[in-house]
Design a protein around this ligand. Structure first.
Ligand code: LIP
Length: 256
């Protein structure tokens, strides 16, 4: 759809502009506060990136809904809703680790139709429009063909309440470790899903996520031929994604 292509082009332009400034500010001192735990951070650049993107959207599409990590939802009349993580991987960003991104998903009548994940330090932009495939820096990407668990590389993450709640992923790590080739914990759910989409990892799971963490990445991985389950639970979303050869095997191991 032409309209979706135009929206993606604008989202890309804005994410690029925001990403350039995130890069510029990454080396310098930065104000930050913790939210639910000492490591659940919001930096002044999360707030800056969110405000920048919201202002752009509001000036082009004043009636669209906007849902973001750091502030109240903006309600509009349109069937479109932007779901944004202004920095996914904030801890990485604050520490100078390169694995962080801006994640923008766009829903039309409740279904995700556009996904954009821009990682400024990696110089990587992942994008997808529903039904049109997934792309990394303009080249089409597909999930891996790894079918054997013992050669698979699987990503995951740990929730911020890991010290307070026993449901902190250790149960699944213990089950997974002896069976898989390798486990990775990179620190950005949006980029983790994109790594599965690009065939660099074979699968990924995480508990207690929010929709802004995964809105764009889920469309990108599905458009790259991957499978995914999104399960709303009491404390957030459970996400499992993998190539179609490994998906049901992983689902059996993480039986939620
Ligand atoms: C983070 C994720 C990360 C996950 C954290 C958190 P933030 O997003 O992408 O992978 O483990 O729980 O949700 O807080 O950097 O936007």
């Amino acid at each position: 759809m032409k309209e979706w292509q135009e929206m993606l082009a604008l989202a890309k332009e804005w994410a690029q502009e925001a990403g350039d400034y995130l890069l510029e500010r990454a080396e310098g001192p930065m104000d930050m506060e913790s939210k639910t735990s000492a490591i659940d951070l919001v930096t002044e650049m999360d707030v800056w990136s969110e405000t920048f993107l919201k202002d752009k959207i509001k000036s082009f599409y004043p009636d669209h809904h906007i849902r973001t990590e750091e502030s109240e939802d903006e309600k509009g009349q349109s069937p479109y809703e932007w779901v944004i993580d202004p920095i996914d991987g904030t801890v990485n960003y604050a520490r100078g680790l390169p694995f962080y991104c801006i994640s923008i998903g766009i829903r039309y009548e409740g279904n995700t139709v556009i996904g954009l994940v821009h990682a400024p330090k990696l110089n990587e932009t992942y994008e997808a429009i529903k039904g049109e495939g997934a792309f990394l820096n303009g080249k089409e990407i597909t999930v891996s063909q790894t079918g054997q668990l013992h050669s698979a590389v699987i990503g995951t993450g740990f929730p911020y309440d890991k010290d307070r709640d026993k449901d902190n992923n250790l149960e699944y790590i213990n089950k997974m470790i002896p069976q898989v080739g390798g486990i990775r914990r990179m620190g950005s759910a949006a980029l983790d899903l994109c790594q599965v989409a690009a065939g660099r990892m074979d699968g990924y799971w995480e508990l207690k996520l929010n929709d802004w963490d995964v809105e764009a990445g889920l469309l990108i991985v599905k458009e790259a031929g991957g499978q995914a389950v999104v399960q709303p639970e009491k404390k957030g979303l459970f996400i499992l994604s993998a190539n179609s050869l490994l998906f049901s095997t992983l689902q059996k191991i993480i039986d939620r």
